[in-house]
Design a protein around this ligand. Structure first.
Ligand code: FE
Length: 221
C-alpha cells in the first residue's frame, strides 16, 4: 500500500488530531486578539476556490488545447499531470475522467475525504460532509441539482469513489465559443467544482455552461 492514509480506520479519524490542534490554536489566537476568524475563513476560502484548484484548471486547459496531452491524460493521468510539475502527497495515483454529452462524472470519497491535493488544493467542507458522501452515490442527480447543476435526462451520471490509492480529476467539457482562447483564458473558465463534477466549466460570458460540450474528450467512444 505504501500510504499513510488508508480506509481501515473509522471516518475522519486521520483528521481529528490536526483539526483539534488547529482549532485550539485558532481559539487562543482569537482570544488574544491576534487574529480575526473571519479573515482566516477568507484565506481558507481563497485556497479552496482559487489558489488550490488553479493547477487542475491548467491541466484541463492543456487537455482542451493539446490532443496529445489529452490522450496521455486519459491513459496515464499521474504521469501527464506530473509533467506539469503538479506532484505531491495525495496525488500519487491519479485518474482523469472526461465528461461527454452523454456522461457526466462526479467524484466523492464515501469513506472519508480523499481528494487530489496537488491539482485541487484543500477539499471544501461539503466534500467531507456525511450528507454529500452518502447522498451523491444514491441520488447524484438530485445532489447536483442542489449545486445548481441541472443535467439533461439524456446525460447519465457516473460517480467515482476516491480511495487512498486513486484520486480522480474530472475533465469538464470545453465551453462552446472558445475556439480562439488561449490556455490561460481557458483555465479561467475551470472552477474547482467543475473538476469535482458538482459543476461545469463556465461559458465565455461568465455563466456556467449547459452540459452541451464540444470535442476534446478522449478515452470515450
Ligand atoms: Fe478518503
Amino acid at each position: 500500500m505504501g500510504s499513510d492514509h488508508d480506509h481501515g480506520h473509522g471516518p475522519d479519524n486521520h483528521l481529528q488530531p490536526i483539526e483539534a490542534r488547529v482549532r485550539a490554536l485558532e481559539t487562543i489566537l482569537t482570544e488574544k486578539g491576534l487574529i480575526d476568524p473571519a479573515a482566516i475563513d477568507a484565506i481558507v476560502d481563497t485556497y479552496q476556490n482559487e489558489v488550490g484548484p488553479r493547477n487542475g484548471a491548467a491541466v484541463v486547459a492543456r487537455a482542451w488545447t493539446d490532443p496529445d496531452f489529452a490522450a496521455w491524460l486519459a491513459d496515464d493521468a499521474t504521469a501527464a499531470i506530473a509533467s506539469l510539475d503538479f506532484v505531491g502527497r495525495q496525488g500519487e495515483h491519479m485518474q482523469a475522467v472526461f465528461n461527454t454529452p452523454d456522461e457526466h462524472n462526479v467524484v466523492v470519497c464515501t469513506l472519508c475525504s480523499c481528494y487530489p491535493w496537488p491539482v485541487l488544493g484543500l477539499p471544501p467542507v461539503w466534500y467531507k460532509s456525511p450528507p454529500y458522501r452518502s447522498r451523491v452515490v444514491i441520488e447524484p442527480r438530485a445532489v447536483l441539482a442542489e449545486f445548481g447543476l441541472e443535467l439533461p435526462e439524456s446525460t447519465s451520471i457516473r460517480v467515482w469513489d476516491s480511495t487512498a490509492e486513486l484520486r480522480y480529476l474530472v475533465i469538464p467539457t470545453r465551453p462552446q465559443g472558445t475556439d480562439d482562447w488561449s490556455e490561460d483564458e481557458l483555465a479561467s473558465l475551470v472552477s474547482r467544482d467543475s473538476m469535482i463534477g458538482t459543476g461545469v466549466a463556465a461559458d465565455p460570458d461568465g455563466t456556467e455552461a449547459a452540459a452541451t460540450p464540444t470535442a476534446g474528450t478522449p478515452g470515450t467512444p
